[in-house]
Design a protein around this ligand. Sequence first.
Ligand SMILES: *Cc1c(COP(=O)(O)O)cnc(C)c1O
Length: 813
Amino acid sequence: MTTPALAPSPAPANDRSPLAERIVDTLIHRIGKDERAARKHDWLEATILTLRDEIIDKWMASTRAAHAAQAKRVYYLSLEFLIGRLLRDALSNLGRNNEVGRALASLGIDLVEIEEIEPDAALGNGGLGRLAACFMESLATLDLPAYGYGIRYVNGMFRQRLDDGWQVELPENWLSHGNPWEFERRESAYFIGFGGEVTGNDTGIVHWKPAEAIEAIAYDTPVVGWRGKRVNTLRLWSARAFDPIHLDAFNAGDHIGALAGQARAESLVRVLYPNDSNASGQELRLRQEYFFSSASIQDIVRRHVQYFGDVRTLADKAAIQLNDTHPAVSVAELMRLLIDQHDLGFDEAWEVTRKTFGYTNHTLLPEALESWPLPLFERLLPRHMQLVYAINAKVLRQARKAPGVDDAAISAISLIDEGGERRVRMANLAFVGSHSVNGVAALHTDLMKQTVFADLHRLYPDRINNKTNGITPRRWLMECNPRLTALIRDAIGPEFCDNTALIKGLESFADDSSFQERLAEVKRSNKVALAKYIKDSMGLRLDPDALFDVQIKRIHEYKRQLLNIIETVALYDQIRSHPERDWTPRVKLFAGKAASSYHNAKLIIKLANDVARRINGDPLVGGLLKVVFIPNYNVSLAERIIPAADLSEQISTAGMEASGTGNMKFALNGALTIGTLDGANIEIKDRVGDDNIFIFGLDADEVAAKRANGYAPREVIEGSRELSQAVNAIASGVFSPDDPQRYKGLVDGLYGGDWFMVAADFDAYAAAQRRVDARWADQPAWRASAVRNVANVGWFSSDRTISEYARDIWGVM
Ligand SMILES: *Cc1c(COP(=O)(O)O)cnc(C)c1O
């Protein structure tokens, strides 16, 4: 006999709502459990399947409507979709939270409890993948027919554990209980070839005979927009061998070899590369990119031809957006299909291709710009290599005719990097193959024009445009912060739920002391809830009245967690020297994952933990300073932490963070930002006003000038007593007595160049933190600033961002 997991005390059957009956019916007939044997996961699955049945009706209605209207469709191609949990999102968008909560309660089940055992769909690294997820939700909300295309990774982002403060990566088996949200579409399967040879030439009939082929199988997940207005499809590809088992090999006794094809196919969709802002550069990654690009483009072309007959009208009925260069090989793939399978001439195919694609650039970091060794590209994709050469010849021919284009410009524009080992430049391919190229914040877009794409921009001056990122206010306000949502509703009415810009109306309450107090109560309740989570999961007790100072994001040197840690050490030093002063009690919260091969990032995690151990164990600073590194940062953890934050750390080296979206989530939840003039911080400052944000440090021009003119970090460090003391303490093993040399490399990096300007910005950062203290001491002033932040960042809704893409790039609004 199985013991019931939750020991439910079910209400008598006749008290149950029809919805409760449906959930029980699902449990019995689709999961095969009776109520008494059901465990939490069974209830979760039964609830999802019951809801999914209702979603399917809307889904089909959406598809039929788009078909009937002959609507243009948007296709968002992304190697990452960091969607997180879906149940709460679907319930909230369908307005069914209370009803489903009551139905489950009548069955003795707590909705929140089962929501929290849903695994995070962590098919992404960080901001880029989360943006794709927010965009999918906004596309459905704005009633735009759209498909997201990506890979159904069996193992998404790794789970992070801390062993003695060191990051350990564990596989995340998010599919281990099955995935009740998805539909396998066996009928939507495509042949994806690799390698082999091409016969014929560019003028005659060309035939590519791949040496290897696998099958791409579609899995569809419904994406529910706000108020269930529309349900779109997220189509993720899995891989299957054509011939899953070689029977002759099997019969001959080679049981492993007989399954090798299937194993090889599965390896393609096994893991998400856990690199953020770094090109992955391995053959398997190029295979993943081509696999999902080819399946998606074939699917798009098939749908277009089926609905509209003529592939020549593709650009009128399909807009394909490339989320970074990961799907850039799609440009060559569409050319291949148009020329080799649909018999278009090269120039005609090129017209259709350029009009169909748009490309979003996400980074200027040279180490993140994808390029592939030419021999690898040619071996894996021989036909695409020919097409890249042909496109390049056409582009360079045109370029040479343009005024002022010299040899240096030609080599910058070329799709082939000829400096050293020859490589295919994916950003250049995406740029020339698209009618629109956008950056993700105003500063980032300006820098794109001045740096990586300067020559391409001169040649195509109308192509680059800006689309400042946004976040969905459903997940990042209404779902994660119901208390604040209720407070806003009480103050300005419910209309802001349908139009985030209306939150502006809150501004008139900024100086209303009773409203301020209610906001402070909301924040405090959220902090108490986070403190309880940390107490339960880590055993650490936090004071909810302390200032919660939060830096959560991928660990990367350019994001400068190190600057924050060094300032924490300096503050610790000062509190110890002057315990009698009126210090602001603070909790420094960190969370984030480091790429597994990123040595310094992993060392920074260890340093945060070493500093935490020392400070948290020091009775002298007692209630004044605590440091916490919360393990396994992901969407669900972000949803817990952000509503509880007082201060949002957005302190990247100016010019290096393309936009950031964490900055927007915090401000919308009433945290004040301490930050540099980088990415979207600048636009946040413009909206909330200089007095309601703590800006410090070098701007992007100053960083560039310092790097160009020779910067001497040693002088800077030695010139700052606070900084040199903190750095020396770290270097001499104060926080790592078990291994005093542990941080020598990190500290040497500061003295020996300090590429990220940690030393250069230190004093300005520390001074900004003391301005934070002063504002915090004046609670009414702090609260007024918090209200002004919430009120003025409605513009950063991804609904606004998507409306701009729809109007300016896709032509669907
Ligand atoms: C929003 C978000 C990010 C991006 O954060 P940044 O601070 O902009 O780098 C990364 N990971 C998760 C889980 C997020 O929710």
